[in-house]
Design a protein around this ligand. Structure first.
Ligand code: LMR
Length: 331
């Protein structure tokens, strides 16, 4: 009798162990986060921060794998891959969503924001926040804005006034607004993936490109482009996105924790973006490999004048209300 009882207890204990064992070894939710930049950039560091926060707080339940430098997907493929479930998180530049929503083209309008404080003000306004939801019908959910900074031109010749860019070939991100911006300078825009830019510059297939100091530094464009024009003419910011299917498919309590970690990682990246813009600029100056040209007020006015028609060209597509709201955030 006692033996039978002991056997019963033992087998009950075994099933408890087995059940809890199964629960413990259940596969964690895997979040693949793919991006195109180097690790030593605001986006690269934000991704690492997110991975670390998740490991610390949700280790065992959620696992983040980060793929920098276009290792997994180029930006022109990542959103399609996301809708197919091959990647769960990405933060493409706002210029790369054109196929999914016309509204985000707003952010590419030249000379729209005078500084990053204006960008932050607009993005956190109701209208800015509503844009995070502008692709939900297409299956993409915007989870936050991540800053990089304002763009500068790099070129094989010195660009002081718009006429200096005429006839030159510039790589642009896949954005009609950015293409129009270079056309307004009588230059030739070429839409190319980020991963190809260095080689295109090195082989002189293109004359120049536009990017932030952190990308100019980390991609080593400054080593092969003799001039940088400090124009601050446009914005390079990102939207952190996931597919609605993956995001809403997570258990609610886990989703809340993941979002919290993401918000903290974004805040960290945003803080870093301003610092890196200055420190990477300084590293470029110290390298003595290139010359940074600063513009006089009169020269800058010429660039504004030349590119301003792009606003009218896209006003109907983007919406005048939205353009006005973004522009008013400069005040
Ligand atoms: C580019 O393509 O120039 C940028 O979008 C790269 C990036 O993600 O910063």
């Amino acid at each position: 009798m006692l033996k039978k009882f002991t056997t019963l207890v033992a087998s009950a204990a075994l099933s408890v162990l087995l059940v809890s064992g199964v629960a413990q070894s259940a596969d964690p939710i895997t979040i693949k986060f793919a991006h195109v930049v180097a690790e030593n950039t605001p986006k690269g560091q934000m991704a690492v921060k997110f991975k670390d926060l998740i490991a610390e707080r949700l280790g065992g339940k959620v696992k983040v794998e980060v793929f920098p430098s276009s290792q997994l997907f180029d930006d022109d493929k990542v959103l399609q891959a996301m809708l197919l479930g091959d990647v769960q998180l990405a933060a493409p530049a706002l210029s790369k969503f054109e196929r999914y929503t016309p509204s985000l083209q707003l952010f590419d309008l030249p000379f729209l924001f005078k500084d990053m404080a204006a960008v932050q003000k607009f993005q956190s306004s109701d209208k800015g926040q509503a844009l995070l939801k502008s692709m939900e019908k297409k299956g993409l959910v915007g989870l936050g804005y991540l800053h990089n900074g304002l763009k500068q031109f790099t070129c094989s010749n010195a660009l002081r006034v718009p006429a200096d860019a005429a006839g030159k070939k510039f790589r642009v991100m896949p954005s009609d607004v950015l293409a129009a911006q270079f056309q307004s300078l009588k230059a030739i825009p070429l839409k190319k993936p980020f991963s190809e830019v260095f080689t295109l510059l090195e082989t002189k297939a293109i004359d120049g490109q536009e990017n932030t100091y952190s990308n100019i530094y980390s991609q080593k464009y400054f080593e092969i482009q003799p001039y940088i024009t400090e124009s601050n003419h446009g914005l390079l910011d990102y939207m952190v996105v996931s597919s609605t299917e993956f995001w809403m498919g997570m258990p609610a309590d886990i989703r809340t924790e993941v979002k919290k970690a993401l918000d903290e990682a974004i805040a960290y990246g945003n803080d870093l973006s301003g610092k890196k813009d200055l420190s990477d600029r300084q590293l470029i100056v110290d390298s003595k490999r290139t010359e940074i040209l600063t513009l006089t007020a009169a020269e800058r006015a010429q660039w504004v004048e030349a590119m301003k028609p792009v606003w009218k060209q896209f006003e109907e597509k983007i919406g005048k209300d939205l353009i006005d709201a973004a522009y008013n955030s400069n005040n």
